[in-house]
Design a protein around this ligand. Sequence first.
Ligand code: NCD
Ligand code: ZN
Length: 428
Amino acid sequence: MTVLLNGQVIGEGGELRTAAIRLRDGRIAAIADQLEAMPGEEVIDAAGRLVIPGLIDLHIHLREPGFEEKETIATGTRAAARGGYTTVACMPNTSPVTDSPEVVERILASNRESGSGVRLLPIAAITRGLSGDRLTDMAGLKEAGAFAVSDDGVGVQSPRMMKAAMREAARLELPLVAHCEEEDLLIPGACVHTGEFAEKHGLPGIPPEAESIHVGRDILLAEDTGVHYHVCHVSAESSVRLIREAKEWGQRVTAEVSPHHLLLCDTDIPGPDPAFKMNPPLRSKRDRAALLAALKDGTIDFIATDHAPHTAEEKKRPITEAPFGIVGLETAFPLLYTHLVLTGELTLAQLVDKMTRIPADRFGLPWGELKEGAQADIAVIDLEAERTIDPETFYSKGKNTPFAGWKVKGWPMMTLVDGRVIWREDGI
Ligand SMILES: NC(=O)N[C@@H](CC(=O)O)C(=O)O
Ligand SMILES: [Zn+2]
């Protein structure tokens, strides 16, 4: 048994209050203003710290199997635990692609063997080899433990294939998680948003409608299938408009946004630096404002990092050739706390909700809340701790972040899953 004493929890009305939390048999046995430590009980002093449900990230890349030089399940889940995450969902663009029950089982086994303690939810491919032309055996994948299906990394180009995928995913009650990108609208070497920055540097651009045309198409395709259709990493105002309308219409559509799209736009890119290259790209000020408004009003449901590690060598290539993607697990909470909560854009309660309860609720997961009887998945955060982001200190093998050198507050100090400490800051 463990008891966390004197922590700050977020109350019903969003206010902070001091509380003690008793953990027993992997669950939250009691939450009260005060509790007495019992003989033999492990005591964690959380005085002055924020105690919240463990963070949930439903879009990350762990690169195993196949690209272990970029990240492994062991290093990526360790980075997750350090970031305050207790549950993460990993995308299938591995090698081999996560398109067979064997790969799903291998990912789950690797996480068990790593002893990370992080709950790992494998997302399986929609099409074999992410080729876009043949559906996977979704029933077999689900049976093996797949939590959703996605071809993330590429868009499903054929509407006919997407419709078939939606029907099958609906039948099996598997969420369909879409990377929205119409390749017919891309030119070779396209690497940044079609806008001010691309023009200034003479770089080929990725237009926002390459994303939103798929969002609109998919909403229409999903309409009579009953599928849970989820849009990955929304970046464009036009996508937001379509999602908003579909929700008003009563469709089962959800969406995520990543921290970098909330905090940066193309005009913040200092130069042609691959640390600022990700897919979808950083867009205009207007797009960024639309994303923030959509997150506030619930059109965009929650935040997911799209943690996408790559090697330093790969990210040293010219911007047109370097791979897309940046890491995010170890910096998401402090970045968002500092730049959205301390600036008054979101309340602390809203931010936490969009990183815990809401993703769990939308995907029917049993975690994400601090309440009696719930699984004891917890993050302990020091809202006052201020540090400068230094990629060299990351547990992740990926050091590719556009936020190096940013000084931010609100660092995770301890992470528990099932009432067990899976990571704690040295000296805590
Ligand atoms: N987001 C990225 O820029 N890259 C991702 C793929 C993806 O999520 O689309 C990757 O796998 O590297
Ligand atoms: Zn993607």
